[in-house]
Design a protein around this ligand. Structure first.
Ligand SMILES: *Cc1c(COP(=O)(O)O)cnc(C)c1O
Length: 951
């Protein structure tokens, strides 16, 4: 046995389990199983060309060598990214804690009350600082949040604006460059016309539906927008503001000026820069737009006993329900980062934040004063943390870089300096010395901060914020550590048991993959530093691009998209640009099978395409005849097909090559949704099935943890003809030679977590990757066989095999009055998170075990399912008082002095022997979704509510 092999740690079943598992499945060898599962004509003919696998120890040495190649300068570039201090208590107990980072999006609210509370804190913090009525639980980054704001304002245009087709959207020239680039990308397919200019000379006589302003502006100036916004309102122009979250501690909330949307990033609330991400953006708006707000919203409701409980609110707004009627495709967001940013506010409280913001402002005042004393002209009359020095930029740049300092140089005659929470007196003195050297003067040493106020009087903040108890209770480390633990204990994560969510691939997130994330050599790198300073990052990102290109069988990769859905959008925009380049701009029909994930049609609509849905056969496969008919019917305007492979039904459709060539014959491109890539890696690939572009979910197949609903990375890999169109960035050049504008704010998206996937591929190598796919298929088929006779599996391949996941039919149990939800909730009593509920078929469970689960864990899960099947058989349609309907059972119920249920406490809470060894207690009973949606509350209750209960 090679104890050095990472594959040995990553893959669950032991060699000694193999023969029994194969026997259960009914094959002689792994090769036979794969032969019976993956169609012959798409199997890879030659091995992938990847480097030999490194052991964990070798990898960590290698990655530390790369880290040393990053030159981490003192960086004052700003532009929406500012170094901050991650409180170690948050780093250790959340970022480095699998109890937090391995959780899934809180769909099963009863076992997710911890992160739901943390997200409610985040929303409350955003609501307080922005002065808005409602906030969501994070978006991908500030630039995409701004684009979502534009889309929302477009969707909620006044009736006469819609009638008169008012399509103009004003963008202040003070908006960040990456935000502008994204607005350009997003506006085009929607038919929105952008007008960029100076808000001070804005022409109110022209018709606009909306506008966006930056607060403070990208130059650092703090404008008093009050009157301007009032005038916009009079002209029926809706207003979005992109705001700096820390500045809002000192500045009056945009909400108080009557704006419609406020967006921004919470990166500077304790989140590492990470060469661009991941960071949580925020989106806050008015109550009247609650049904149009993108992303998830956490809301308060009650459980069966009337106790307070949290859950995701208003889910009917989301893309998975609205499909091609959706105005946003956001699915995975930035939950882990939102949890951390919210916790930063809990840790510091209002007075702590006030202190940080005030000190920061005084640092800028002190620096400006010293530079003025040296004879420099500081151009910002008002500012929060960013000053602008008018001087020969190239001269300063040379001296600064020699001193390992980065500033931002918007033009030849300006040096922009954004200070941050980490800036010390020593740092300020270093900056002053740089300017003194350029002026050939002596700098005098600064020994203390000046106190000043360069914020216009009218916009100095007067409203309170973070008055809730939660922001005023946990300021010692002991208290915060215990609060974080208290929340963590309410949530079921991978460190408790298997999470077999079909389509989500909840595999191991290995510690060795995660360790480098804590290294400041990776964490403290600003995304807009000169590329030469980021050599370690560049080497790692290049290599990861090559690895993914090889694995998908394509010609190029862009790591920019921050989620799978954003990858879909990026891929479709690339297809659009390709058609345009060939004079085929009219090609706008996107064929999508009916079983597709909701993000597919939502992304297609955002990319300006028209969705035509194609049918499935009763076996769950693509109805090739229907597809052929529709492709031919639309051949003049066919843009593409979006297809998931293996299908969302968990089947390797053998007609896939016929399907892809059919599309090509009719002039279309083939987009493959790569969510199920875990069933392909090293056995087949999108290139082999004839696709042209796919996105990968690195947070599914390539081991980035789900983080409770983000971060994600959704790179797109493309065939040769599409490489020239891969997206660029307005500050740091990247992408193809004919690049589309930005898809996300940072040039390489969420670079920091790309380290995880790089580690995963580098440590597994070709053999380990192939084995992982094989074991993912074996584990799924093992479950299928063990459940056979107890549950029906809906679809299988031609030889009767499942792919890496399977759909279990729960609809027949309606005869006993049991719904699929009852099974999902009852699994909690057995210590398991439910598989995916009702996707892609209503009334079913989709089970995906992944390769990381051991035989013992698969057996426990199967035992639980079989035991539940017996409980179903014992249930009666007209008697809802049974162990399934009453599930999950809480500790409070089971230890209560009264017990009025027709089954024992033992049966309720410890239905199988293994449960008592490792009991997980849901902390609330079944949550009431409808009640919460009728009485929408999306922030922590005001302090008075606590006073009432205390009284
Ligand atoms: C997860 C998933 C997506 C969306 O990915 P996100 O990263 O959540 O945006 C799209 N399609 C399928 C089939 C998926 O399973």
């Amino acid at each position: 046995m090679n104890t050095d092999s990472f594959a040995l740690r990553h893959i669950g079943p032991r060699r000694s389990d193999l023969s029994e598992m194969l026997k259960t499945v009914g094959v002689d060898s792994m090769e036979q199983l794969i032969f019976e599962t993956v169609p012959d004509d798409i199997r890879l003919q030659k091995e992938l060309n990847l480097d030999p696998a490194l052991s964990e120890h070798e990898y960590l040495e290698h990655i530390n060598e790369l880290a040393a190649k990053n030159k981490v300068f003192k960086t004052y570039i700003g532009l929406g990214y500012n170094q901050s201090i991650s409180p170690p208590v948050i780093q250790r107990n959340i970022l480095e804690n699998p109890g937090w980072y391995t959780a899934y999006t809180p769909y099963q609210a009863e076992i997710a009350q911890g992160r739901l509370e943390a997200l409610l804190n985040f929303q409350t913090m955003v609501i307080d600082l922005t002065g808005m009525e409602l906030a969501n639980a994070s978006l991908l980054d500030e630039a995409t949040a701004a684009a979502e704001a534009m889309a929302l304002l477009f969707a909620v245009r006044e009736r006469d604006q819609k009638k008169n087709n008012v399509v103009k959207f004003f963008v202040s020239e003070e908006v960040l460059p990456q935000t502008l680039s994204l607005l350009q990308t997003r506006s085009q397919p929607l038919g929105i016309e952008l007008v960029v200019g100076n808000h001070e000379t804005f022409d109110f006589s022209s018709e606009f539906f909306g506008m966006i302003l930056q607060y403070p502006g990208k130059t650092g100036r703090v404008y008093n927008y009050k009157e301007f916004i009032a005038k916009a309102k009079d002209a029926q122009i809706k207003v979005a503001v992109a705001a700096d979250i820390l500045s809002l501690v000192k500045l009056e909330s945009p909400g108080n000026f009557g704006v419609d949307v406020v967006v921004g990033t919470t990166q500077r609330f304790g989140i590492p820069l990470g060469y661009g991400g991941p960071h949580a953006a925020f989106f806050a708006t008015k109550d009247e737009y609650k049904r149009s707000i993108p992303g998830r919203i956490i809301g308060v409701t009650k459980d069966t006993d009337g106790n307070r409980a949290l859950r995701m609110a208003l889910q009917t707004r989301e893309q998975h329900i609205k499909r091609d009627k959706a105005t946003s495709n956001i699915c995975t967001a930035q939950v882990l980062l939102a949890v951390m940013a919210g916790m930063y506010a809990v840790y510091h409280g209002p007075r702590g934040l006030e202190d940080i913001a005030t000190k920061l402002h005084n640092k800028a005042v002190t620096l400006a004063d010293s530079l003025e004393n040296l004879g420099y002209f500081q151009a910002n009359e008002t500012y929060f943390d960013t000053i602008a020095i008018k001087t020969e930029a190239s001269k300063i740049k040379a001296i600064a870089e020699a001193n390992e300092v980065n500033f931002y140089y918007p033009d030849d005659a300006t040096v922009s300096i954004s200070l941050n929470e980490t800036t010390t007196l020593k740092d300020i003195n270093r900056i002053v010395r740089i300017f003194a050297e350029a002026a050939q003067k002596e700098a005098s040493e600064i020994t203390e901060l000046l106190i000043g106020n360069k914020i216009p009087k009218e916009v100095n903040r007067k409203t309170d914020f973070l008055t809730n108890e939660v922001f005023n209770s946990y300021h010692s480390e002991t208290e915060l550590m215990r609060y974080i633990k208290k929340l963590e204990r309410k949530d079921l994560s991978l460190n408790h048991s298997m999470i077999s969510l079909g389509s989500c691939t909840m595999k191991l997130n290995a510690a060795a993959e995660m360790l480098p994330l804590s290294d400041p050599q990776w964490g403290n790198m600003h995304p807009f530093v000169p590329v030469a300073q980021a050599e370690g990052y560049q080497l790692m990102l290049r290599k990861l691009e090559q690895q993914l290109t090889e694995i998908t069988g394509f010609a190029g990769t862009s790591l920019q998209p921050n989620s799978g859905a954003q990858g879909e959008y990026a891929g479709l925009m690339v297809i659009r640009a390709y058609h345009e380049s060939r004079g085929d701009a009219h090609r706008n029909i996107c064929l999508i099978p009916s079983s597709a994930h909701g993000t597919n049609p939502a992304s297609a609509v955002m990319a300006g395409m028209k969705v035509v849905v194609t049918k499935a056969t009763v076996e769950g496969n693509i109805d090739v005849d229907d597809l052929r008919e529709k492709a031919a019917l639309h051949k003049d305007n066919l843009a593409c097909l979006m297809v998931t492979y293996p299908s969302t039904h968990g089947v390797y459709e053998s007609a896939i090559k016929e399907v892809t060539s059919l599309i090509h014959e009719n002039g279309g491109q083939v987009y493959m949704d790569g969510a199920n890539m875990n069933a392909q890696v090293a056995l087949t690939n999108p290139g082999a099935i004839g696709a042209d572009v796919c996105h990968l979910n690195l947070h599914k197949t390539f081991a980035i943890p789900h983080g409770g609903g983000g971060p994600g990375v959704g790179p797109i890999c493309v065939a040769k003809q599409l490489v020239p169109f891969l997206p660029t960035n307005p500050v740091i050049e990247t992408g193809g030679e004919n690049a589309i504008s930005a898809i996300s704010a940072a040039p390489w998206g969420s670079s920091l977590v790309c380290l995880i996937s790089y580690a995963y591929i580098t440590m597994l190598g070709v053999d380990g990757l192939k084995k992982s796919t094989q074991y993912a298929i074996l584990n799924a088929n093992y479950i299928k066989e063990r459940l056979s006779g107890h549950f029906d599996v809906l679809y299988t391949g031609e030889r009767g095999r499942a792919a890496h996941e399977m759909i279990v039919d729960c609809r027949p149990f309606k005869e006993n009055g049991i719904e699929v939800t009852d099974i999902a909730k009852r699994l909690m009593d057995y210590g398991f998170h439910a598989p995916t509920v009702s996707f892609p078929v209503a009334g079913t469970l989709m089970i995906e075990p992944t390769e990381s689960e051991s035989k013992a864990e698969l057996d426990r899960f199967c035992d639980a399912m079989i035991s539940i099947r017996k409980e179903i058989d014992a249930s009666e349609k007209d008697n809802a008082n049974n162990v399934l309907k009453n599930s999950p059972h809480t500790l409070t119920m089971v230890t209560s002095d009264t017990w009025e249920f027709p089954y024992s406490r033992q049966e309720a809470a410890f239905p199988l022997a293994y449960v008592s060894e490792n009991k997980f207690w849901p902390t609330v009973r079944r949550v009431d979704d409808a009640f919460g949606d009728r009485n929408l509350i999306c922030s922590c209750e005001p302090i008075e509510a606590y006073m009432e209960t205390n009284a």
